[in-house]
Every structure is written in structure tokens, then in C-alpha cells.
Design a protein around this ligand. Structure first.
Ligand SMILES: [Cu+2]
Length: 207
């Protein structure tokens, strides 16, 4: 009995190693991971000195969703605003005349309907950077499909200096105070007060 079991195990392991077992094939297709010709995109994220500080991958997900997987290093610890922006140009020398932020070439937040922050298609949760300067995050959004990022002027991903408040300004803090309930001002409605742009990556097709 022992020998028979042992033999069966040996055969199974041999088949597994050879990749001939159906189970082995099944495990090579991880559920939820995009396969074959599903569109995907990527971006090398660079700081104002042109140094690579991160990488973004965007994969199609069922239900017209997109999954963003990002890794960064060399950033200030804490929360950073993190968005897809409307233009695929990351020029650190393009200084915004009002905010003095670099990477003005990336344009405003990517959005398909013309809505305010934090309803933009490209608005994403803050990126949390650890004390060692590294950060990793995965987020799934239903606000855009991968193919929509490749419109006439492309798109980019931007990391900001400060946390994004997602325009979540309670009435008691709103610029006219309570009880008006007018909410955040125009500046907050633009980008959630996430400050200057510290890094940028042009989004390109993976396949
Ligand atoms: Cu942004």
C-alpha cells in the first residue's frame, strides 16, 4: 500500500514537473490576472531630476475595470496625492505659472466627463510611502478602461508632494464656514490640495 501510494505520488510529481497535468495548467492561469490579449499599460515614474523612482502597471479587469499596481522609492514618507493626468507629457521644466509646480505638461486630472475632483476618472487613493521612502499599492477602478488612456494626447501618472484630501472638506471647514455648506473652494476642487508634482510617468501600451 505504501509503495503504491509512493509510486502514484512519484508519477504525479513527474507529470507536474513536465507540465502535463491539467491541474498544473490550471494553476498557471491565476484567477483575476489578465491573460492573453487583454490590454495593459505601463509607466516609468521619474522625478524632476529624471531619475526613475517608480513603476506603474495597469491591467484590464473584467467589468470594464482597470487595476493599477504601483511601486515607488526615494519619496518623502507619508501620503502623496496620486492621479492619472490628462496628457502623456512629463516635462520637469514645464512650470505651472500659478502653482510653480513642475510637470505642468501633464495637464489636469484625466477625466472623461467634465466633473470636479474627486470625481475625475483619474482620481485615485493616496499613495502611502513608508519611512524608508518606498511605497506599493494596488487599486482597482471602474472610472476608465485601459484603452481610454490612449486618446489623442495620451495620459500620464503623477505623484504629488502632499496628501490629496479628495475635496473632503466638511462644512465647518469650508471656505465660507458653517452653516452655508458650500464645501471646498475652487482650488480644492481642482486637485484636492495635493501640492506640487514631484514625479511623473508617461503611460504607454504594454501590448
Ligand atoms: Cu495629480
Amino acid at each position: 500500500m505504501f509503495h503504491r501510494t509512493c509510486l502514484a505520488l512519484t508519477v504525479a510529481l513527474g507529470a507536474l514537473a513536465a507540465g502535463t497535468l491539467p491541474a498544473a495548467q490550471a494553476t498557471s492561469r491565476t484567477p483575476g490576472i489578465s491573460q492573453g490579449s487583454a490590454p495593459s499599460a505601463k509607466a516609468v515614474i521619474k522625478n524632476t531630476a529624471g531619475k526613475n523612482i517608480g513603476f506603474l502597471r495597469i491591467d484590464h479587469r473584467p467589468g470594464d475595470k482597470s487595476r493599477l499596481t504601483v511601486t515607488v522609492a526615494g519619496l518623502r514618507a507619508g501620503y502623496h496625492g496620486f492621479h492619472v493626468h490628462a496628457k502623456g507629457v512629463c516635462d520637469p521644466g514645464a512650470i505651472d505659472p500659478v502653482t510653480r509646480s513642475p510637470f505642468a505638461s501633464a495637464g489636469p486630472h484625466f477625466t472623461i466627463p467634465p466633473v470636479a475632483h474627486s470625481g475625475h476618472s483619474g482620481d485615485l487613493p493616496n499613495l502611502l510611502v513608508a519611512a524608508d521612502g518606498t511605497g506599493e499599492a494596488t487599486v482597482v477602478t471602474d472610472r476608465f478602461r485601459v484603452a481610454q488612456l490612449f486618446d489623442a494626447d495620451g495620459s500620464s501618472v503623477v505623484v504629488h508632494a502632499l496628501p490629496d484630501n479628495h475635496s473632503n472638506i466638511p462644512d465647518r471647514y469650508s471656505h465660507q464656514g458653517p452653516p452655508s455648506g458650500v464645501g471646498p473652494d475652487a482650488e480644492t476642487l481642482k486637485a484636492g490640495d495635493s501640492g506640487g508634482r514631484v514625479a511623473c510617468g508617461v503611460i504607454t501600451r504594454n501590448q
